[in-house]
Design a protein around this ligand. Structure first.
Ligand SMILES: [Zn+2]
Length: 259
């Protein structure tokens, strides 16, 4: 892991610095473009099960929003009803020593220190135990970056659709520095539900808890999490919590007993 100075970090993520995010994170729009086809496919698939749509939930997503008071906790609950302050930036972000989707080590990816260390162990174990290569796509995202991502999805798909797979700014776990999106060559190096059926996706599902990570948005829990199935989105909660969540098939809200 490589530690960064706060100055370098702030310059990079574009919070309060003079350089625009687009210059510093040129991958962002590519990322949006790349996932468009997958998302369009997802829309087609989900139309068939409209009755089960999260739009018919009774959880009142994005209503009665609470400002999070423990943003530095590894068990922080960030969802559609619990928001991080727009000024929150984790104080211990580092670059994990893992491959990204271009097979570059750690490029453009930041995680909180403990989560980064465990993520390195997870990637390493996938390879040494099962000869599987995981690729990371997206770790820490600033509030401003998330706003840009979300607004682009709203522009492309409309707000109702965008809300099913993209968080509004302040509501993304990526702002905690504890969430990472992973994929594999076998999933086309993309973030799509098919990743969950690849050898890499299955390994992650069965082993992530050993390293303190959970699949945050499991299959068939859309009405409770507020998000479509995301086998690629891993959230660090610590080994003890992750193991209990994995063994009892819980979502984080159930483990914490709050929504
Ligand atoms: Zn994610």
């Amino acid at each position: 892991m490589r530690r960064l100075t706060l100055l370098v970090l702030l310059g990079f993520v574009g919070t309060g610095c003079q350089r625009p995010i687009e210059e510093l994170e040129p991958k962002l729009l590519d990322e949006v473009d790349q996932s468009q086809m997958d998302l369009e496919q997802k829309v087609d698939n989900t139309e068939k099960t409209e009755e089960d749509s999260i739009e018919n939930n009774n959880r009142d997503f994005y209503e009665d929003i609470t400002l999070i008071t423990n943003p530095d906790s590894y068990l922080v609950l960030v969802n559609k009803n619990n928001a991080l302050s727009s000024s929150y930036v984790p104080g211990d972000l580092v670059v994990p020593n893992i491959l990204n989707i271009d097979y570059r080590v750690g490029y453009n990816i930041f995680m909180r220190m403990e989560a980064a260390g465990k993520l390195e162990q997870l990637f390493q174990a996938a390879y040494t135990e099962s000869k599987l290569t995981l690729l990371a796509l997206s770790g820490y995202r600033s509030y401003e970056h998330q706003a840009q991502v979300y607004n682009e999805y709203v522009r492309l798909h409309g707000q109702d659709e965008a809300d099913r797979f993209s968080a509004r700014p302040g509501h993304s776990e990526h702002q905690t520095g504890l969430a990472i999106d992973v994929t594999s060559e076998s999933a086309g190096r993309k973030l799509n539900p098919e990743f969950g059926n690849t050898a890499e996706g299955l390994w992650v599902k069965q082993n992530a808890h050993r390293f303190g990570y959970i699949i945050r948005y499991p299959l068939e829990r859309e009405q409770d999490t507020g998000y479509d199935y995301e086998p690629w989105h891993l959230r660090y909660v610590g080994v003890e919590a992750a193991t209990e969540i994995y063994e009892n098939n819980l979502i984080l809200e159930e483990y914490l007993g709050k929504w």
